[in-house]
Design a protein around this ligand. Structure first.
Ligand SMILES: NC(=O)c1ccc[n+]([C@@H]2O[C@H](COP(=O)([O-])OP(=O)(O)OC[C@H]3O[C@@H](n4cnc5c(N)ncnc54)[C@H](O)[C@@H]3O)[C@@H](O)[C@H]2O)c1
Length: 276
């Protein structure tokens, strides 16, 4: 059983992963910028779980958190880099601060975490780093511009480090969940520009958590979900001309499917607007 640090553990996929990891016997550090939320979840999980305040954008805070976890639970053996945010809307509708916020949290945050954990794991002679990424790391999608860009970048960083460290003691897994019913998805539901997310039936956070905690033991290189559909999407993303043709059709289907789920499914931008 391992000491597992999970970022973004106050909510959604991170909270479900913390629950599942404790259920399977791990000691779990729930790290989040929302300390009250992480403390509430940890309080439900018993002595194997502790909450820690961590803003993943802050390099120094990573060292403080890793020291605190080592003191209270033991040295971190598994890092689940999960915390992430989204600002929905077309690129031109978002402020520079919103674009920057996504880059800082979704890309620089996990980079900070990987670098901080990697040197400690190398020194202790073992460790596993799990990156929670997104299917948008393969697909250019309207309404997910900078979010997708951060996930493309995160995937590139993750695999590049894993290749650099292939002879070392640290192992790496990356997981790409599809739409998952969390507060992040609720935020997307409230914005018609992000309607494409309803092309697929969302998963529960518990399902994604089970895949993540399995990865702690099995150490897969990369997981897409669903296995077949995910592979098709991964290949499709390589062909932008194909995407221009397919995406408006998928968005129209997703808009129909979202009726009844989205509070006010109005004003989905027109096709020509999408691909300027
Ligand atoms: N929900 C989905 O449909 C979906 C799909 C694919 C990938 N993902 C990815 O899964 C991960 C978790 O998403 P979720 O849906 O559970 O989101 P969520 O909004 O439910 O939870 C995100 C958590 O991250 C925390 N957080 C935000 N900024 C932080 C910071 N600077 N430092 C530390 N913690 C911070 C929040 O407080 C929150 O607890 C994200 O990386 C997301 O991109 C989500």
């Amino acid at each position: 059983m391992s000491v597992v640090l999970i970022t973004g553990a106050a909510s959604g996929i991170g909270a479900a992963t913390a629950r599942e990891a404790v259920r399977r016997g791990h000691r779990v550090a729930l790290a989040d910028i929302d300390l009250a939320g992480a403390t509430r979840i940890a309080g439900q999980l018993g002595p194997a779980a502790r909450a820690f305040e961590l803003d993943i954008r802050d390099e120094a805070a990573w060292e403080t958190a890793l020291d605190a976890v080592a003191d209270q639970l033991g040295p971190v053996e598994v890092l689940v880099n999960n915390a992430g945010i989204i600002h929905t809307g077309y690129a031109r509708q978002l402020s520079p601060a919103e674009h920057r916020h996504m880059v800082e949290v979704n890309l620089l945050g996990p980079i900070n975490g990987m670098l901080a954990a990697l040197s400690r794991m190398r020194a202790q002679g073992h460790g596993h780093i799990v990156t929670v990424c997104s299917m948008s790391s393969f697909l250019p999608l309207p309404g997910y511009t900078t979010y997708g860009a951060t996930k493309h970048g995160l995937r590139a960083f993750h695999h590049s480090v894993a290749i650099e460290e292939r002879e070392g003691p640290v192992t790496f897994s990356i997981i790409h969940p599809p739409g998952t019913r969390t507060p992040m998805l609720d935020q997307e539901m409230a914005d018609p520009s992000a309607v494409i997310t309803f092309a697929e039936k969302p998963l529960t956070p518990e399902k994604v958590a089970s895949v993540i905690v399995d990865a702690i033991v099995r150490k897969p290189v990369e997981i897409v979900h669903p296995a077949i559909g995910g592979r098709v999407q991964r290949v499709a993303g390589v062909f932008p001309r194909l995407m221009r043709f397919v995406i408006p059709k998928v968005a129209a289907m997703a808009k129909r499917r979202s009726t009844g789920l989205v509070p006010a499914p109005t004003a989905v931008p027109e096709q020509g607007d999408t691909h300027r």
